[in-house]
Design a protein around this ligand. Structure first.
Ligand code: ADP
Length: 456
């Protein structure tokens, strides 16, 4: 059993992991950049080590620094959280070679799924449904034009090493394809150091539904049900909910497909298989994220399984704490990501000092956050400052509670996305459950968010 874990991350996820460790009686070592000296994860951990300058390339992505910290602190394991090094097979390998357990899947599984076009090929072989698209990467513009003709427009160009919606461009005709191909490659090069891209048919207005997988080292692989993450802006999730409004049959089919995907890469630990679902309930494999997801709390509230503790137990070689038959979707949960951004000014980042702060309590609320009154949000990292999760016996009640919480919540004077979430929670289309990935874009474009809010 682990007695000490290093958390190679910052922000709310570092706090989330420290909380799980505390409850499990495991000591924690936080690492921090010079900009995060006063961060909550530094205060809450048993010990903390500074690993470098503010830019993440010099701290949270600095493998030698993190490994040195782990060795000095003499930890048995490293939890990578999400983002930063969580899906870096090289980092997982180095941990292994230093005899530090990486709390996540093997470097091989990360590598197979991290290369998104290779993952498509692997999934094709085991019979998972895929969005029609290229076999492997598309190297030349001419090849892209030929393939787009075959697939018919619109098509989407995606980075092979992609993540976080970066390096992804939609094209509607030959003209826009040429520029989409070039900008996607340039974006991929600067974000991932790899310009390679592949192509898929662009599914119009699909739902993004993902299955949470849990797999131990003894060959048990189960799923904890699905999350609907269709409410996105620029391919980045804003609101997530569980369960999704899908038939029992589809849930079962997607669950089986996700387990098959995990088994195909000998997956261990927790992971998420993402699918696109069209209006006729046809689903297509999109990618697998080989880590903890930001939106894991909705699944925790619905199933009662603590996913972070499960990760640690699996890494310790323990058996899953539940069987597939014991997994039950007991309520409906919803999560809003609160970002320090101004939704009325093109989502401009709004770092700065938090002077007023009120996190509401009351029944059926969970707020995962690393901010406090007097906290200075550094400009160097992700803009997410809190996740609000509410739940209830049905979707309507979970939404009503969310609205109540958002109404009561105060974070100032910085700008946040709270106002946008309030508009979403009262939007008739959203209330009817008619979510798809175009929701935010359409409503922002037409200004209908405001109009419909007035009408409601
Ligand atoms: P990333 O790894 O960068 O998050 P994903 O492959 O998970 O990228 O896609 C992110 C989002 O982009 C999806 O949730 C969906 O909204 C949109 N998307 C991706 N592929 C397609 C597609 N073929 N058709 C329509 N939308 C897509």
């Amino acid at each position: 059993m682990f007695s000490k874990i290093l958390i190679a991350n910052r922000g709310e996820v570092a706090v989330r992991i420290i909380r799980a460790c505390r409850e499990m009686g495991i000591r924690t070592i936080a690492v921090f950049s010079k900009a995060d000296r006063d961060s909550l994860h530094v205060r809450l951990a048993n010990d903390a080590i500074c690993i470098g300058e503010a830019p993440s390339s010099e701290s949270y992505l600095n493998i030698p620094s993190i490994i040195s910290a782990a060795e000095i602190a003499d930890v048995e394991a490293i939890h990578p959280g999400y983002g930063f090094l969580a899906e870096n097979p090289h980092f997982a390998e180095i941990c292994e070679s230093c005899e530090i357990k990486f709390i996540g899947p093997s470097p091989e599984s990360i590598r197979l799924m991290g290369d998104k076009s290779l993952a498509r090929d692997t999934m094709r072989k085991v019979g998972l449904p895929l969005v029609p698209g290229s076999k492997g990467v598309v190297k030349e513009q001419e090849e892209a034009l030929r393939l787009a003709k075959k697939l018919t427009y619109p098509v989407i160009i995606k980075a092979k090493a992609g993540g976080g919606g970066k390096g992804m461009k939609v094209a509607h005709n030959d003209g826009t394809l040429v520029s989409a191909f070039m900008t996607a490659r340039a974006e991929a090069e600067s974000a991932f150091g790899n310009p390679e891209v592949y192509m898929e048919k662009y599914v119009k207005g699909p739902r993004h539904i993902e299955m949470q997988i849990v797999a131990d080292s003894q060959g048990h692989v189960i799923h904890l049900g699905e999350r609907d993450c269709s409410i996105q802006r620029r391919h980045q999730k804003l609101v997530e909910e569980a369960p999704a409004l899908i038939s029992k049959k589809l849930r079962q089919k997607m669950g089986e497909a996700a387990i098959k995907a995990a088994k195909a890469v000998n997956y261990q630990n927790v992971g998420t298989v993402e699918f696109l679902v069209d209006d006729d309930e046809r689903f297509y494999f999109m990618e697998m994220n080989t880590r903890l997801q930001v939106e894991h709390p909705v699944t925790e509230m619905v199933t009662g399984v603590d996913i972070v503790k499960e990760q640690i137990r699996i890494a310790q070689g323990e058996k899953l704490s539940v069987t597939q038959d014991q997994v039950e979707q007991r309520c409906v949960a919803i999560e809003c990501r609160i970002n320090a951004e101004d939704p009325d000014n093109n989502f401009m980042p709004s770092p700065g000092k938090i002077e007023t702060l009120h996190f509401p309590g009351g029944p059926n609320v969970r707020i995962d956050s690393h901010v406090y009154r007097g906290y200075q949000i550094p400009p160097f990292y992700d803009s997410m400052i809190a996740k609000v999760i509410t739940w209830g016996p049905d979707r309507q009640q979970a939404i009503t509670t969310m609205h109540r919480v958002l109404d009561e919540m105060e974070i100032g004077p910085i700008k946040t996305t709270i106002s946008l979430h309030k508009r979403i929670m009262t939007n008739p289309t959203f209330l009817k459950g008619k979510n798809n990935t175009l929701f935010i874009e359409k409503l922002m474009e037409t200004g209908k968010i405001q109009q419909e809010e007035l009408a409601s």
